[in-house]
Ligand binder design. Structure first.
Ligand code: FAD
Length: 623
């Protein structure tokens, strides 16, 4: 039976990719259906209760700049906020917040339920309807069919999911949720390249059985950071501390003694795990010389006794988990509420995707999130937003949204995946971006909000706030550039107190802010010069734009140089063997990856600049 209403976009899966995808397409005016296993688990955090961090925080700010959900939800659900790398340059500063899981889910669900053009439906999706190489709908577990012009698949770790605890294993999508077996089988019959990855999570502990007095307390930052460009501190719930403890030699001995029953070390798990979020058994094996590893003891919520011991993810048997947990300082009497486990799942080779996240083999079908080989809520959310927007744009017959590596971490993420693929769960780092100085958290709105507005992702309220901010920043920068201080100026003495070398000739305030010992805030405290902007975000922008102007200009020049040929198109069915001078290895790699542009071809590992020049010459000659 077909459902009575047809949709423009169907999003399958209500995790982090799915909620951003569904909200994006609905914001853009496309009639959207979000089909998910359970309405209760919309926006559920499968693993650590935290959003942001280095590289990840940048993605969250970008999602927010495009009108997305994640930053707004964490502002309503964050119980500890910090700015990481706060003493370093603005490019690598990153916001991170500990979340109350329940508040986070509630915030996401509220936004979904109040979004125009969005319909929610609870059922498992078991099949896709494909006609003439184009997706035209989906089939649910109870046989109900939905028609749609485009479909975004965001089913996370659920495809063929197998949960491992020691040598025991069973089918599951994550603890407490069913796997997607029927859908996985259907997808495996399609021409996509599929492989297995693995991820894991620690045991959850009962706070009432822990001794926090012997652990190190870690409070959040003051002033409290805010995630959304539209947010404010008053939205944050009560703030509570986290704690730190450590593993020790005894813990490591217990783990080593359990390795013969570890699914990872006995070959039961074949999928590759996340390099940057390894299990504790991985850590003590890989870093055998270290006799202690740090554990962040993170509360799961304001009204929950559950605690997340971040750093001891494990799939060891339960008796080993008990012993290892109880060997840790402060955990001697710990009760485990939920055992730790690992999960193995199917993922698709992201090289089978276009830059828009549409699959190369089935028109109108988009993939986003963990199924593309990534790990993390933020990476999933970023892809979800881009896939949802592109699904809507395709229906509206408008140009696709594709962000460059110089525009956004989202661009870096998707370009890395679609060009190079991944052999292990991919997570974002600032080091993955070559134009870090431009892609800062603080300017995500300046980079992206106008783009979002032009395709309908950004609402009137955000747009008005954005325009007001830009105007303030520009007006203030002009004032600073045109206010001159000379040695006899009334403010000169006050300024000289702040400087290493006193003013000896005329300087604009803009020039003075560039001096390392001065900043905007201090200068504005000098009588006659201030008070300056009271909007702290606008003030921060003025300072960064002035202080880093030279570096930013240089990075823009680099981009212009490399972009001259970046977007030169390569036909999808191009026969690389026709180019004389290319090695067999290069021909094989290019034929395998099928890059859409010369820029993408140049980033495939093993593709030399010489090979790129040959390709460029050939393409120009045969244009
Ligand atoms: P998910 O959040 O998994 O959402 C998938 C959604 O799809 C769910 O709502 C599900 O119910 C729904 N769904 C699935 N199949 C169907 C179907 N057939 N029909 C309808 N709905 C369906 N990330 C880290 O950054 N670090 C970690 O250490 C880490 N460890 C993890 C450990 C475990 C055990 C798990 C499960 C995840 C872990 N993650 C970790 C990953 C993090 O949870 C994911 O990256 C993130 O949730 C992915 O978002 P997603 O939207 O792609 O998928």
């Amino acid at each position: 039976m077909f459902y009575q209403q047809d949709f423009d976009v169907i999003v399958i899966g209500g995790g982090h990719a799915g909620t951003e995808a569904a909200m994006a397409s609905a914001r853009m005016g496309a009639s959207t259906l979000l089909l998910t296993h359970s309405i209760e688990t919309l926006g559920q955090m499968s693993c650590n209760p935290a959003i942001g961090g280095i590289g990840k925080g940048h993605l969250v700010k970008e999602i927010d700049a495009l009108g997305g959900v994640m930053a707004k939800a964490i502002d309503l659900a964050g119980i500890q906020f910090r700015t990481l790398n706060s003493s370093k340059g603005p490019a690598v500063r990153a916001t991170r917040a500990q979340a109350d899981r329940t508040l986070y889910r509630t915030a996401v669900r509220n936004m979904l339920e109040n979004q125009e053009n969005l319909t929610l439906f609870q059922q498992s999706c078991d099949d896709l309807i494909i006609e003439n190489e184009r997706v035209t709908g989906v089939v649910t577990q109870m046989g109900l069919k939905f028609r749609a012009k485009t479909v975004v698949l965001t089913v996370g770790t659920f495809l063929g999911g197998t949960i491992h605890i020691g040598l025991e294993n069973y089918k599951g999508g994550r603890a407490g949720d069913p796997p997607s077996i029927a859908l996985a089988d259907k997808l495996r019959a399609m021409p996509f390249r599929v492989d297995r990855l693995k991820t894991g999570t620690p045991a959850r502990l009962d706070a009432r059985t822990l001794d926090f007095s012997v652990m190190q307390k870690q409070a959040g930052d003051t002033p409290l950071p805010v995630f959304s460009f539209m947010g404010n501190v008053e939205q944050h719930p009560e703030q509570i501390p986290c704690y730190i403890t450590h593993t020790n030699e005894q813990t490591h001995d217990i783990i080593r003694s359990g390795l013969d029953r570890s699914p990872m070390y006995t070959g039961v798990i074949e999928g590759v795990g996340p390099r940057y979020c390894p299990s504790i058994e991985d850590k003590i094996t890989r870093f055998a010389d270290k006799n202690s590893h740090q554990i962040f003891v993170e509360p799961e919520g304001l009204n929950s006794v559950e605690v997340y011991p971040n750093g001891i993810s494990t799939s060891l048997p339960f008796d080993v988990q008990m012993a290892l947990v109880r060997s840790i300082k402060g955990f001697e009497n710990a009760h485990i509420i939920r055992p730790g486990y690992a999960i193995e799942y199917d993922f698709f080779d992201p090289r089978d995707l276009k830059q828009t996240l549409e699959t190369k083999f089935v028109k109108g079908l988009f993939f986003a999130g963990q199924i593309n080989g990534t790990t993390g809520y933020e990476e999933a959310g970023a892809q979800g937003l881009i896939a949802g927007a592109n699904a809507a744009l395709q229906v509206q017959q408008k140009d696709a949204l594709s962000l460059g590596r110089d525009q956004a971490y989202m661009g870096v993420l998707i370009d890395d995946l679609a060009t190079m693929g991944t052999k292990e769960p991919y997570r974002m780092f600032t080091s993955r971006a070559e134009y870090r100085l431009l892609l800062r958290e603080d300017n995500a709105d300046l980079r992206l909000t106008e783009i979002g507005r032009s395709i309908g992702l950004v609402d009137d309220e955000r747009w008005a706030a954005f325009e007001a901010k830009i105007e303030q920043v520009e007006r203030e920068k002009q004032r600073l550039a045109s206010t001159w201080i000379h040695p006899g100026h009334v403010a000169a003495d006050d300024i000289n107190h702040l400087l290493k070398t006193p003013i000896s000739k005329e300087h604009s305030l803009e020039e003075l802010i560039r001096r390392p010992e001065l900043n905007y805030e201090t200068l504005m405290k000098v009588a006659q010069l201030g008070p300056g902007l009271d909007d702290l975000k606008a003030a921060e922008q003025v300072e960064i734009q002035i202080k880093y102007a030279g570096y930013i200009a240089r990075q823009l020049e680099d981009i212009a140089k490399s972009q001259r040929h970046e977007n030169a198109l390569i036909p999808i069915d191009f026969d690389y063997s026709k180019i004389s001078g290319l090695s067999n290895e290069v021909v094989a790699k290019l034929s395998d990856a099928r890059p859409e542009t010369l820029g993408k071809a140049s980033r495939i590992s093993g593709i030399t600049p010489a090979a790129i020049s040959l390709l460029l010459v050939y393409l120009k000659k045969h244009d």
